[in-house]
Design a protein around this ligand. Structure first.
Ligand code: ADP
Length: 498
């Protein structure tokens, strides 16, 4: 022995050791604790001294340890606790430390002690724990996402599957199954598309990606589940040998999708019905007037025929009226349909003065309200580029509305003033139709252009809606001026011909 070390005390070696060490007496009480052990367990020496060593051992291992200690003191020779008999110790924070221990006898002044050396395997434990934790995380993530994992071994034609997939396939056993058994649960109608997706993924020139959606019929409860499956094919020497992937139950999503689709169809149906209703109303609007006139003419004719003294001239005039009205109805219908079908708009250069006069004549021919037309026309107004019938129809509507509104009052004179202006700097003509009837209040004015809004007992409420659409189709705008008094004042613009 080197002389310099002769005086080296047990305590000095004990304290210098890197391994954690304890000295205990045969009663199991701690006598000495080296700094490495203090560090390992997180206690100061005086906190451990005099305590039973069991306080450092996880309760589930205490029995096992006591057995070893007893064995040691009954036959005090150096002993290792084998790896198979690892111990789990506890530190101050009750954190578990996996370790091996060895016990060596030390005799001092006739007293037998056991030197316990701890061989920490905590790193292994940590690694195991990290693995366990990551597996647990994966399991939880899989569970949260509802994912099932499958592994199809193409060489052996078997499918490995996890619990989640087995649940969907209605299979309780842990056993692997043949590919045919796996496919057997897939809805017959979806098998072909799924197989096509697999064939595509197995093409070695592709990227091996597999994606499919199909139904699986659970044989236990007969319930159908929609499965979304994503995976990848792995190749060996350019030959597919494995398909690994995940599946997810997307039944709920599919049901929501179906519901949304049904709602969309329903909305489309309602919309179609509304369009049909509006079209029918528009047609009714066009036919209302001529039919009413035809009915009046026919009644006059019947009345005339009952007389012995038939005035053929009168009869001829009435019949002519009937024919004209019927023809007008036909024309209106034809034009309306062309408008609704959004056919190409046929425009021409129009002299607005002429169109206003024509419209007035039509309204007068209806012969049911007499009013005084005041014209403030601009003789040299430039021609507008518009569809003749459509502009005429708008004017007829405005005149008729004005006449009907005034008829409801007991005014001595009913006047409709039509004036025309050139909108400066806008290349537009503005036409104003003003009556001296009851006019419109603000609330009503908000609704009059809405389809079906009417205050008339036999009205349809489409006249102004159609008129506005017609003017807009011709490149202008139609609105009501609420500040104008007396009566109602409608105005619209139309573009001048280039
Ligand atoms: P309808 O003539 O079938 O009622 P319109 O769309 O042409 O449909 O008119 C809608 C409503 O606007 C009328 O019912 C009426 O209440 C109001 N209206 C239209 N023009 C005038 C007017 N010149 N004066 C007062 N009210 C009017």
């Amino acid at each position: 022995m080197v002389d310099a070390l002769k005086d080296l005390s047990f305590q000095a070696v004990f304290n210098a050791a890197e391994d954690a060490m304890l000295l205990i007496e045969d009663s199991g009480h701690i006598v000495l604790v080296n700094p490495a052990a203090q560090k390992l367990f997180g206690y100061a020496e005086d906190e451990l001294r005099g305590q039973a060593i069991e306080m450092l051992i996880a309760p589930r291992y205490q029995k096992q340890y006591s057995y070893y200690q007893e064995l040691f003191f009954s036959k005090p020779v150096k002993r290792f606790m084998s790896a198979a008999n690892e111990l789990v110790a506890l530190d101050r924070d009750r954190k578990e430390i996996l370790l091996d221990i060895s016990l060596s006898p030390i005799k001092a002044q006739r007293q037998l002690y056991a030197l316990i050396i701890f061989n920490v395997t905590s790193r292994r434990l940590e690694a195991e724990e990290a693995l366990r934790a990551s597996e647990e995380r994966l399991r939880l993530a899989k569970q949260a996402a509802g994912l099932g994992i499958f592994d199809y071994d193409l060489k052996r034609n078997i499918v490995y599957w996890d619990k989640q997939i087995r649940k969907l396939w209605g299979n309780d056993s842990d056993e692997t199954i043949s590919y045919e058994e796996f496919v057997d649960r897939i809805h017959p109608k979806d098998r072909e598309a799924r197989q096509a997706a697999i064939d595509y993924a197995m093409n070695p020139t592709g990227n091996g990606e597999f994606k499919a959606e199909y139904r699986v019929v659970n044989p236990v409860d007969g319930v159908e589940h929609w499965i979304s499956s994503v995976g990848r094919v792995y190749f060996e020497n350019e030959r597919p040998n494995r398909l690994i992937g995940v599946t997810r139950d997307v039944t709920e999503q599919k049901n929501i999708q179906k519901k949304l689709q049904a709602q969309r169809h329903e909305t489309e149906d309602i919309l179609k019905q509304q369009v049909a209703a509006r079209t029918a109303s528009a047609i009714a609007h066009e036919l209302n007037q001529p039919l009413a006139a035809i009915s009046v003419y026919s009644e006059v004719m019947l009345h005339t025929l009952h007389n012995d003294d038939i005035n053929f001239e009168n009869l001829k005039r009435v019949l002519k009226g009937c024919v004209e009205q019927a023809q007008r109805a036909g024309r209106s219908l034809h034009e309306l349909l062309a408008f609704l079908q959004k056919g190409e708009l046929v425009t021409e250069r129009l002299n607005l003065n002429d169109v206003v006069n024509e419209a007035l004549k039509i309204v007068f021919d209806d012969d049911y309200v007499r009013f005084n037309p005041v014209l403030q026309l601009e003789q040299n107004i430039p021609a507008v580029q518009c569809n003749h019938t459509q502009v005429q129809k708008v004017l007829v509507n405005l005149f008729r509305n004005a006449a009907e509104a005034m008829r409801a009052t007991d005014l001595p004179t009913l006047t409709i003033t039509t004036s025309m202006q050139t909108l400066s700097g806008k290349d537009m003509a503005m036409i104003i139709v003003q009556d001296n009837g009851p006019g419109l209040d603000h609330d009503m004015a908000k609704c009059i252009f809405e389809p079906f809004f009417t205050t008339k007992p036999t009205g349809i409420g489409m006249g102004l809606a159609i008129s506005r659409a017609l003017i807009e189709t011709n490149g202008g705008q139609l609105w009501v001026d609420l500040d104008a008094k007396p009566g109602a004042k409608f105005q619209f613009t139309l573009p001048f011909a280039p």
